[in-house]
Unconditional design. Structure first.
Length: 415
């Protein structure tokens, strides 16, 4: 007969909470660390109650005892064995003889998982998550909306509903459990944080990870949640900085060879160069910006009363407004340009006329952008004569103009 007997008490009213066999007054103590004998002479007696100060109650078998031992790297528990008892011994307790030789695990803490009769069922919700990673501006503070979510499980058929949660890549998705969730002070959270039925998942960096939930009372019950993290989400200041960075240092150019080769085209609009810059954020992010531009560029190549022009333009798609919109009064070149190229609005920057053939630009203008807009800058030949038209040739050489944008004000979405 085994010489080392360990006694424990399972409370079926408390999700299978396991107590020590000893009491403090009338109440059972919480089970302290179990250290298994190293000579393979271990037996575990498990008694059952339905309240912490209650008497023994009978349970129908079979019952199962899962034995775990603290991992060598101290990061969790490794399951060693499962023992089954078909019925209670003497009608008072289940008796589990542990056959494993624990000589290699001497002095390592053990953990017991108890289950009986039905093997239980478990579901997880959601089973897929799409999150964004917060940027550094949120370090040490509550994560922004969109970077976090709760994942929960529902276990039926088992009194012990404790769950072991793991993430295969914590650098992508962080799992936060229990009282630690409160430290993030997430507004509107109704998840229970004092047990492990729900956990907080926070995106950390772009990538993919798998969250695994395993029932401690039956390690055959396993559910997963696939997490995809993109990002990062920018703070208000971070978004403004990103918009300015993305829309600055933009250089568009035109060479005399390209410009003159397209001379005489009959098309209403012939694009010669275009840069398209997406504006980060969402449509609720409004930015008041100033766009400055500087460079030496060809003149329009026409006379003041003519009907074709070589145009350096700025345009928007996505709903933003400045300059001339299609099919409205205003600059006829910008109007035709916007209509033919499906811009929401356009503004032509270089002057009419032929003369010396080039001019120095150094100016700026202000307007509004929204997240999701696209800022377009380029060159195009615009001709609304409907027939061949010859512009004054561009002087030999290459011509460039640099654009830089500053965000004067960011109006973020309201919470």
């Amino acid at each position: 007969m085994p010489s080392t007997i360990h006694r424990a008490v399972v409370d079926i009213s408390q999700q299978g909470r396991i107590y020590d066999f000893m009491r403090d007054g009338t109440l059972f103590r919480d089970l302290s660390a179990v250290v298994l004998a190293a000579d393979g002479t271990n037996v575990v007696h498990v008694y059952a109650v339905d309240r912490q100060d209650g008497p023994w109650i009978g349970l129908d078998g079979p019952a199962h005892l899962d034995v775990y031992v603290r991992a060598a790297d101290n990061t969790g528990y490794d399951k060693l064995t499962t023992i089954t008892a078909p019925a209670m011994a003497d009608g008072t307790h289940f008796e589990f003889a542990v056959p494993t030789d624990f000589v290699a695990y001497r002095n390592r803490e053990a953990r017991l998982g108890f289950r009986w009769a039905a093997s239980g069922a478990m579901s997880i919700s959601p089973d897929q998550l799409a999150l964004q990673a917060p940027d550094a501006a949120y370090a040490g503070a509550s994560p922004p909306d969109g970077s976090w979510a709760f994942v929960s499980v529902n276990i039926t058929g088992l009194a012990d509903r404790r769950v072991d949660w793991r993430c295969d890549d914590p650098s992508v998705a962080l799992v936060v459990q229990g009282a630690a969730i409160r430290a993030f002070n997430l507004s509107g959270s109704t998840a229970t944080t004092d047990d492990d039925q729900a956990v907080l998942i926070i995106g950390q960096r772009a990538g993919r990870a798998t969250i695994t939930a395993r029932a401690l009372a039956n390690d055959a019950l396993v559910k997963t949640c696939a997490v995809t993290v993109t990002g990062p989400i920018k703070s208000a200041s971070g978004l403004a900085d990103q918009v300015a960075a993305d829309c600055s240092g933009i250089v568009v150019g035109i060479s005399s060879a390209v410009a003159n080769a397209c001379n005489g085209d009959v098309a209403p609009v012939r694009e010669l160069d275009r840069r398209a810059i997406p504006v980060v954020g969402n449509p609720e992010d409004l930015f008041r910006v100033t766009l400055s531009y500087k460079g030496t560029v060809p003149l329009g190549g026409n006379g003041a009363l003519e009907y074709a022009k070589r145009c350096l333009y700025v345009a928007l798609t996505g709903g933003g407004r400045f300059g001339t919109m299609p099919n409205t009064s205003g600059d006829p070149y910008a109007n035709l340009l916007a209509g033919e190229l499906s811009f929401d609005c356009a503004k032509v920057l270089n002057s009419d006329g032929d003369g010396a053939g080039a001019e120095a630009l150094d100016a700026s203008f202000s307007f509004f952008l929204r997240g999701g807009d696209t800022l377009c800058i380029g060159w195009a030949l615009v001709n609304y004569t409907g027939s061949t038209y010859t512009l004054t040739a561009v002087p030999n050489g290459n011509f460039t103009c640099e654009f830089n944008l500053t965000v004067d004000e960011h109006y973020p979405p309201k919470d």
